[in-house]
Design a protein around this ligand. Structure first.
Ligand code: ADP
Ligand code: MG
Length: 300
């Protein structure tokens, strides 16, 4: 917290909120254009107290703003000392970066919670008609001439059923079932699911597994879903003849799993939003792949 006071003697005094020292600057460094706003050449210090530069900053008592130093958000309140002169004021600055990041977390978890309810609702609605279709098809399949067709339909129903149940599991935030799995085999099984898609689109997957036979405690199905999402995103990001490279290697007793593609890349401004549910830059994207993957990895 910093309090800036502007004195009658033409000096502004303030407690620097980082260095916690009292400072004085002369008149020219602090001006007010109206009772509600003030500009100041504010000396910026880094956390260790080293002087960085003077920054011209404008404050109002109604609008919070983003401080020019990364990671520090400031809320400022300006009140004028009416009884003296309109140019005299007290400026209160509060570091609100923690509060902001907490607010963002709440928004994300709120979105996830409503997404969960939405998914559970849909999955439930689909499961019932699916069960009745299954019964009908099983009955039809008893006629020899329809046996083969009905088996095909039953296989497809089985597939839809699995997808819906996965959705339900996700909605319920199913706990991971951790077992010792060979990391290569989880990755390979995920890549197997997208191999055909890559080939048809003229794209390539290269693997370089340096942790062969290393086993890690993991939920096979959940990790498979994570790798599948990464591979699908890579496939979307690369053009014809693009390459997805998947590597594993050991570092400090950990296994590092690296997915690299030579596609369009991710603009810096999007990085902070990547794991938000529904964040997508694709016309037909859902924006759920990375959000689900993030939840899975965090729950470990
Ligand atoms: N490998 C990648 N290359 C470029 N952008 C990516 C990559 N992976 C993810 N993204 C970006 O992140 C966004 C969110 O990804 P995701 O959560 O999987 O949702 P979706 O794929 O449905 O858009 C994508 O829309 C895209 O902008
Ligand atoms: Mg995706």
């Amino acid at each position: 917290v910093a309090i800036v006071g502007y004195t009658n003697a033409g000096k502004s005094t303030f407690m620097n909120w980082i260095t916690k020292t009292k400072q004085e600057t002369n008149n020219s460094e602090f001006t007010t254009s109206s009772p509600k706003t003030a500009a100041i050449n504010y000396p910026l210090y880094d956390k260790s107290g080293t002087f960085l530069s003077f920054e011209k900053m404008t404050f109002t008592d109604t609008v919070g703003f983003i401080y020019d130093i990364p990671h520090i958000l400031i809320d400022s309140f300006l009140s004028t000392l009416e009884e003296i002169k309109y140019t005299d004021c007290i400026l209160l600055m509060i570091d609100i970066s923690e509060r902001k990041s907490f607010e963002e977390q709440i928004i994300v978890s709120g979105k996830l919670a409503s997404l969960g309810r939405f998914a559970a609702g849909i999955a439930h609605e689909i499961n019932n008609p699916l069960a009745s279709i299954r019964l009908d098809v099983e009955r039809l399949g008893k006629q020899a001439v329809l046996a083969k067709d009905s088996q095909n339909i039953l296989n497809t129903i089985g597939r839809i059923s699995r997808i819906v149940n996965n959705l339900l599991k996700y909605a319920r935030g199913q706990d991971a079932v951790l077992k010792l799995n060979c990391i290569d085999s989880i990755i390979s099984s995920s890549l197997e699911l997208v191999r055909e898609k890559f080939i048809t689109e003229g794209k390539q997957i290269i693997t370089d597994f340096k942790c062969s036979n290393v086993q890690v405690y993991s939920d096979f199905g959940q990790l498979q879903q994570v790798f599948l999402n990464l591979a699908l995103n890579a496939c979307d990001a690369i053009s014809n003849q693009g390459i997805l490279k998947v590597e594993t290697f050991c570092r400090n007793n950990n296994v590092v799993i690296k997915f690299t593609d030579n596609g369009c890349g991710i603009p810096k401004k999007d990085l902070a939003k990547l794991f938000d549910p529904f964040f997508t830059t694709k016309a037909s994207g859902t924006g759920l792949g990375l959000s689900i993957s993030h939840t899975i990895i965090k729950n470990k």
